[in-house]
Write a protein that binds this ligand. Sequence first.
Ligand SMILES: Nc1nc2c(ncn2[C@@H]2O[C@H](COP(=O)(O)OP(=O)(O)OP(=O)(O)O)[C@@H](O)[C@H]2O)c(=O)[nH]1
Ligand SMILES: [Mg+2]
Length: 464
Amino acid sequence: MVKGDIICAVSTAPGMGAIAVIRLSGEGCIALANRVYESPSGKQLQEAAANTVHYGRIVEKGEMVDEVLVTVFRAPHSFTGEESVEIACHGSVYIQQQLLKLLVDAGARLAMPGEFTQRAFLNGKMDLSQAEAVADLIASSSSAAHRMAINQMKGGFSAELMKLRTELLRITSLLELELDFSEEDVEFADRTELRRIAGYIEDLLERLCRSFSLGNVIKNGVPVAIVGNTNVGKSTLLNALLREEKAIVSDVAGTTRDVIEDMVHLEGVLFRFIDTAGIRYTEDRVESMGIERTFAKMEQASIVLLLTDLSRGEESFEEYYRQVKEHISPEARLIIVLNKTDQVEDVLTPQETIRLFTAGEKIIPISAYTGTNLDLLVKELLDAVNGGELNSSDVIVNNIRHYEALKHALAAVQRVGSGLQSGISAEFISQDIRECLHYLGEITGEITTDEVLGNIFKNFCIGK
Ligand SMILES: Nc1nc2c(ncn2[C@@H]2O[C@H](COP(=O)(O)OP(=O)(O)OP(=O)(O)O)[C@@H](O)[C@H]2O)c(=O)[nH]1
Ligand SMILES: [Mg+2]
């Protein structure tokens, strides 16, 4: 148990609100709060039972500052694991500041960013990945990001890592036992069994590493690039998806010259739509630079919408399709969109023609202008994101720090695998296992440095 000094901070959002909550934590903070608190019945907060709420006033030199509700928590049953107090006051900025000043005058110190959560971690209330999930939960702005943070906070990720660590510890202890008996040339650790376990761990770590791109995308918005020839209606589609006249639309080819992006929530998933300059050969320098950016955005996108204009036929479409396929990332999903259905009688024939030379990508006919079939396109976008992974209870890695540690752990366990294959001595194998254990421990916080901790918690808001 870490004995911290008494810290205080406003834990509700900065600015005015109906109510604000000021939080105190640290041994003696109940008595400290009592020095600025006055109960109508003369009751003292120090005598209050754990987890009880008390009505009263905050007074300064006999003058009432505010009417408040004070919640008393006793160690270890609080968020931080320490004795804690939460004062719910009226949400005026003046009252909040006045209350903080009184508490500081009474001996408390203003908390640093994330200090409450850091104490919770140091007191074993949660591991590091759960503490980080608290920050993600606060920042989550879509239901997918929320679900991911909740999953991590519940400890799904930690549980998975704990399983791995236990397995690895069991192996190393057997291997290290062999080293103790090295004169006698015995094998306690069954090598076939070892190889199986190393393989299993490698698979799991690989899966976790792979999930990072998805996790990251959920947190920051799924990048969807809208690409195609000039004038096919890319900007019209962007505006329709955003329900806002974000990009300029005109019948002049080459209207959009720079990248235009904006975020929107669709059914709980945050998307980042990216409208790009139409791809064509041009002498115009500025437009050429725009087209270069189109290709750069296409490479980074998770989903690419390749648009074509039905009213103009699809003669050059094959060339566009080939170029796009060359540039998009192998994990990205390509969706072919036939635009301007309102201008043609027959949609089926061009659809069949295009299907002939594509590799089975979804083809969706829409009218960006009238909005026809936009719902189908949105459904397709959601399917692309949800495609299995997100919907299952699978653990998703969304934190770059975790990703890095997992990559190191993976490299170590791969060395274990190849070491077993080539029959190197137990000493080296055990060393690699220890390294893998080290990196897994970094994620949950079993192994940390002050620098790592400092970096994590400084990104929290004050009062959390
Ligand atoms: N009839 C019809 N017209 C459309 C549709 N979508 C776009 N247009 C028109 O097509 C023209 C070009 O639309 P934009 O959205 O500017 O096309 P773009 O692909 O962004 O063009 P660039 O930025 O020049 O590459 C405009 O006159 C739009 O009004 C549609 O579904 N139906
Ligand atoms: Mg445009």
